[in-house]
Design a protein around this ligand. Structure first.
Ligand code: GDP
Length: 329
């Protein structure tokens, strides 16, 4: 009896192990590119980006106790910790002091909206081809953002073309190709390692011939400390204009999770090319919304869009009032 039992137990164990192995193989197969959020990311599309920062409660706590001087020092600490940055923090405190605090959260909300100023749509008024140059460091989300922007513009009835001028990063061209076919935009690309300016030139010529409305130019992510790469960016812009395109917008893509380091990167880009606005990505994975104020005050640049996920529709125009409400919620 006992040997039979042992055989039965061994058989059951063997079957269980085999089933586990089969399941593992099935789930480790590579999957096709997807527009869904990665596992563990918050649900996308449902919220307007940035998790609850809980800043309202901390601001109330700062004004809850202590002397007047202590309260301002406590508020300063709350704002700096929320990534608001030194300049925007000083400005907000000066504004609150000048107007009188009243309800601190309400007052701060009003001042945040005032600091951010009105939003402006992306400028697409060139008589001929509008070119949007998209710049930023590697991994900030440039290529993905171009895909989302292309979808938006195609959805608005525009003829859109994409230029794969990031000829440096392996797979950047392929990634853009996927986005082009998803959004219905045309793609202009050359081999990896080609001169980015040559790609841009080709793209402008071809877009003009096809009466395209908007050309979105992906550029190689670069270390903001590398001057020759910054020079290359200037050249891409010059060549676009020489080919007859107007660079109506140069949008800097910044990862919201990089905090104050992102501001340092941004300075280098604004010095190299005339940046006209910022797209803040990955706001779905960050509760540190203060970066929005730092961008506005340290860089004096408007935030045009926020990325709230990896999907095609996860790009939203930036709304200062909704943002202030969410930050202080
Ligand atoms: P690039 O090197 O600047 O072109 O960056 P990519 O476009 O390749 O993006 C880098 C990674 O960030 C990719 O995995 C994207 O899916 C992801 N990504 C881009 N934007 C967002 C966003 O708004 N939210 C989230 N969660 N991920 C994003």
């Amino acid at each position: 009896m006992a040997p039979l039992l042992v055989v039965a137990v061994v058989l059951v164990i063997a079957v269980v192990v085999a089933l586990v192995l089969v399941r593992r193989r099935a789930t480790s197969r590579p999957t096709a590119p997807s527009t869904a959020a990665p596992a563990g990311a918050p649900a996308v599309g449902s919220a307007g980006g940035f998790g609850p920062a809980g800043l309202g409660a901390r601001v109330r706590a700062a004004f809850g106790t202590g002397s007047n001087g202590d309260q301002w020092a406590a508020l300063e600490e709350v704002l700096l910790k929320a990534d608001v940055g030194p300049r925007a923090t000083a400005d907000l405190i000066a504004r609150l002091r000048a107007r009188g605090v009243g309800d601190p959260v309400e007052s701060l909300r009003d001042e945040i909206v005032a600091v951010l100023g009105p939003t402006r749509a992306v400028d697409l008024d060139a008589p001929g081809l509008d070119v949007i140059l998209v710049v930023g460091v590697n991994g900030s989300g440039k290529t993905t953002t171009i895909g989302k922007l292309a979808s938006r513009l195609v959805g608005e009835g525009k003829r859109v073309s994409l230029a794969a001028a990031d000829t440096f990063r392996a797979a950047a061209g392929e990634q853009l190709e996927v986005w082009a076919s998803r959004s219905g935009a045309q793609l202009v690309a050359q081999d990896r390692g080609a001169d980015p300016s040559a790609v841009a030139f080709d793209a402008v010529t071809s877009a003009t011939a096809r009466q395209v409305d908007v050309l979105l130019v992906d550029t190689a992510g670069r270390l903001h400390t590398k001057q020759p790469l910054m020079e290359e960016l200037r050249k891409v812009k010059r060549v676009i204009e020489k080919a007859g395109g107007s660079v109506t917008e140069t949008l800097l893509v910044l990862d919201a999770q990089t905090g104050q380091n992102g501001i340092a990167q941004a300075h280098a880009f604004t010095e190299a090319v005339d940046v006209t606005g910022v797209i803040l990505t990955k706001t779905d994975g960050s509760a540190r919304g203060g970066i929005v104020l730092a961008v506005r005050e340290e860089l004096d640049l408007p935030i045009r869009f926020v990325g709230i996920g990896e999907g095609q529709d996860d790009l939203r125009p930036f709304d200062p009032t909704a943002f202030a409400d969410r930050l202080l919620a």
